[in-house]
Design a protein. Sequence first.
Length: 372
Amino acid sequence: MPTMKTRAAVAWGPGKPLSIEEVDLELPKKGEVLVRIVATGVCHTDAYTLSGDDPEGVFPAILGHEGAGIVEAIGEGVTSLTVGDHVIPLYTAECRECKFCKSGKTNLCQAVRATQGKGLMPDGTSRFSKDGKPIYHYMGCSTFAEHTVVPEISLAKIDPKAPLEKVCLLGCGVTTGMGAVHNTAKVKQGDTVAVFGLGGIGLAVIIGAVQAKAGRIIAVDLNEDKFAIAKKLGATDFLNPSKFDKPIQEVIVEMTDGGVDFSFECIGNVKVMRAALECCHKGWGESVIIGVAGAGQEISTRPFQLVTGRVWRGSAFGGVRGRTELPGYVNRFMNDEFELDTFITHTMPLEQINEAFDLMHEGKSIRSVIHY
Ligand code: NAD
Ligand code: AHE
Ligand code: ZN
């Protein structure tokens, strides 16, 4: 099998720092594409999997799923992409042929999901290896490698004029937050919104809520350093739950005359998910879970919360169909309809990727973007 060498940050095991290595990469097989990653963001989900909390986490693996790059080679049968195309890898593929794609009801294409969840390409093997031993893929993307191989159906072709070192953030965080507002919640003008967690996802929810002309946008975080950016993006109220002597849902219900129309959990904390549901207005308030919780964790509330009209939903990649809709997000960014610079608090070369994880855990970054 023809192979090439590339540079990657390898996760050898849970909780271990990533290690920069030269690895072997097999060239794309049927229906696959070789992409040179130009830049990648570091999302909390990468940290979650690295921590060992992800039931689908397998090691050694090349993490990263928020990248952008350029097609360098195509495998047999690839028709929708050609060498030189600018692309964003998709952890939610879009085959347009499976039951899920055809339903028109969901973005959760299942064509490659089973093998993807095992860290493998659709044929059940890995393209990455080191010293003859396989290294697993991650979320169908593995953007912490200078070159990666992904299925054709897992690539969105985007405007070649778009700056890849910025629009990489549309590969996960920013699209997820904005999409959850527009596609999952369908926030309307004048609605009151609460956003729990002001990282990349929560801040993108705020952008989406402003676009939807929400009336009041309540930003909630334990780290008050996040409030300034939330305010700049359009949040109207700021709450630190640790500063109150009663549950934050009670505080929000009181300050909104009965609760919010929509809430978004952007942390991955099952206790906060409960608060996010219970701060919703009786009769119609809807809470959207975006955060990813660790293996074995479960949500709970009194069923009465749902009996009395509150709704619990979830959202993956903002409900966005990647190949069809993501190019439009890039176009709207290029038309200055929203900005990405505020998210990019740090940039660094691949060699410093562990600092990106440190900054995230210390609450000092929104997004670190790795440049190759
Ligand atoms: P992040 O670490 O950048 O931000 C999380 C924020 O939550 C931080 O500002 C932190 O201070 C705050 N926080 C932590 N505990 C809190 C608490 N108890 N109360 C209030 N605030 C608290 O993370 P991110 O990259 O924005 O990701 C957020 C979550 O969304 C993660 O769980 C991630 O895995 C998930 N995610 C889901 C999807 C999806 O498609 N569903 C996509 C991307 C990320
Ligand atoms: N492997 C985890 C699931 C993690 C998860 O829920 N991932 C989100 C995207 S997070 C991006 O930062 C998602 O899209 N889920 C839908 C899917 O098909 O994975 C676990 O708990 O097993
Ligand atoms: Zn992500």
